[in-house]
Ligand binder design. Structure first.
Ligand code: IDP
Ligand code: MG
Length: 159
């Protein structure tokens, strides 16, 4: 099943020069980047993105953090992409994020953990719609995918 997910590099990725590393890992895994936007989030955007956490002890700190420096907002596409990206990113807790995952390799903090990714297809749809219109998403088949993964062929007509 070809799905889409929403991914955001957090301000620590900007500060530490890890934006390219995050993109590179998802790209090399074989996923397709179909939308991207570099910006500093407003408080309203951060509150909307993290509204499921409103009221939790870490909520204010999280909103302050994600609005502190620019972020890269992205939509990625691929088979089972929601689950695969969560696996590539690693667990939320620093003692659970295994080496080899982005968080496991680059973070020891629960708040400053480099990257956000949607946790379900439903959250992915909600989160990408906060930042992207349909016109800003480019799902274009790449030639290599016709040979390697015929099922991963985007919205184009089959030849
Ligand atoms: P996720 O990013 O792995 O989906 P969530 O539970 O959705 O994790 O939490 C969103 C973000 O809130 C985390 O990535 C982390 O930055 C922050 N966060 C989550 N739990 C805690 C906590 O217990 N203390 C401080 N920050 C937290
Ligand atoms: Mg989450």
């Amino acid at each position: 099943m070809i799905e889409r997910t929403f991914v955001m590099t957090k301000p620590d990725a900007y500060q530490r020069g890890l934006i390219g590393e995050v993109i590179s890992r998802l790209e090399k895994a074989g996923l397709r980047l179909i939308a991207a936007k570099f910006k500093r989030l407003t408080r309203e955007e951060a509150q909307e993105l993290y509204k499921v956490h409103k009221g939790k002890t870490f909520y204010e700190k999280l909103v302050n953090f994600v609005t502190s420096s620019p972020v890269m907002l992205m939509v990625w596409e691929g088979p089972e992409v929601v689950k695969i990206v969560r696996k590539l990113i690693g667990a939320t807790s620093p003692d659970g994020s295994t080496p080899g995952s982005i968080r496991g390799d680059f973070s020891v903090f629960v708040t400053y953990n480099v990257v956000h990714a949607s946790d379900s297809q439903e959250s992915a749809r909600r989160e990408m719609s906060i930042f992207f219109t349909d016109e800003e998403i480019y799902s274009v088949k790449r030639d290599i995918e016709k040979w390697v993964t015929p099922e991963f062929s985007g919205n184009d007509e089959e030849e």
